[in-house]
Design a binder for this molecule. Sequence first.
Ligand SMILES: [Zn+2]
Ligand SMILES: [Zn+2]
Length: 101
Amino acid sequence: MKEKCTIIGKTCPICNDVTSGIHYGIHTCESCKSFFKRAISFKKSPKFKCASSQGTCALSPATRSACQLCRFEKCIQAGMLPSLVRQRGERGGRAKLYLKC
Ligand SMILES: [Zn+2]
Ligand SMILES: [Zn+2]
């Protein structure tokens, strides 16, 4: 409800691609949306490995698939909600309650 409004509809906070709407709580691109969904669904073994083993990989549309660990961490940090994935999607547009300007 504050200054976050300025980034809405522009770039994905995870990889800087163009956003496609609100997914699991925040605006992200299609790619990060499916990545996050997949990452959460694989709850059996979420053992991602950092490509640089530093946990600080730069993420861009070109490099976002290189490091799943950093990407996933960034999804969480950006505010994506695993609980919304487990509820099986965004039924009725409930997630749109977030960051509505
Ligand atoms: Zn993205
Ligand atoms: Zn990494």
